[in-house]
Design a protein around this ligand. Structure first.
Ligand SMILES: [Cu+2]
Length: 232
């Protein structure tokens, strides 16, 4: 059963597995809570027990159930923490090798993409900035794409659902994250923070391409850009 957008990243499946693990614990807690609420209602209904009982809960006989629930909840939290640790470390830390380095800047109401230019280094004079509504960020497949995320105005949320990566863009901060897409295609980037009146129009894409197509794209982008700077 496919209830999520297709996962196309190297680490997306691990996030999905964590989702299902968390859901199992929450479902167990949900069923137990319902039972604890409903069972006494039925068992102690008026025809069974006409006299009401007042339980203060400060005797150990009653209070132990609070403790048991607390330990069960804390225990499942620790199981999730333990299981997620490796995934968290992998996704939150940068990959040993960054194949592509790009800049992504959020602004009301668009994501602006900065390519590093022919030298492959961000923040130099040959950088190329694409600032268009609904534009696509081109990336090669099976490569570690490291990006620097910024915001020029308010808090935006960068969400690339097909990779399971979601990161807020916070004004004044540069946040470095990464993804690696394993399948060619065009994937939605949506903004997940209500960032103003046109928030819902804030929609860009990641275009994941083969190495050849990606090289073709950057070559033509960079040569068009060098003509532009040469003629200026
Ligand atoms: Cu936004």
């Amino acid at each position: 059963m496919q209830i999520f957008p297709e996962n196309v990243s190297t680490y997306g499946q691990k996030i999905d597995d964590l989702f299902w693990l968390t859901l199992v614990f929450v479902m167990i807690a949900f069923v137990v809570s319902l039972f604890v609420l409903l069972y006494p209602l039925i068992k102690n209904r008026q025809s069974n027990s006409p006299k009401a009982q007042y339980v203060t809960g400060n005797k150990m006989k009653n209070f132990k159930w609070v403790l048991i629930a607390l330990i069960a909840l804390l225990g499942s939290d620790f199981v999730i923490l333990y299981v997620e640790h490796d995934t968290w470390t992998e996704i939150e830390s940068l990959p040993a090798k960054a194949d592509v380095h790009v800049g992504i800047t959020a602004r009301q109401w668009n994501f602006i993409f900065t390519y590093p230019g022919p030298d492959g280094i961000l923040g130099t004079a040959d950088d190329v900035v694409i600032d268009e509504m609904n534009s696509s960020l081109h990336v090669p497949i099976n490569k570690n794409v490291v990006f620097e995320l910024r915001s020029q105005d308010v808090i935006h949320g960068f969400f690339l659902a097909n990779t399971r990566l979601k990161q807020d863009a916070v004004p004044g901060r540069t946040i470095i994250r990464w993804f690696n897409i394993t399948k060619e295609g065009k994937y939605d980037i949506s903004c997940t923070q209500i960032c103003g009146i046109l928030h819902s129009k804030m929609r860009n894409f990641v275009l994941a391409e083969s190495d050849d197509k990606y090289k073709h794209f950057t070559d033509s982008l960079y040569s068009a850009n060098s003509h532009k700077t040469a003629s200026n």
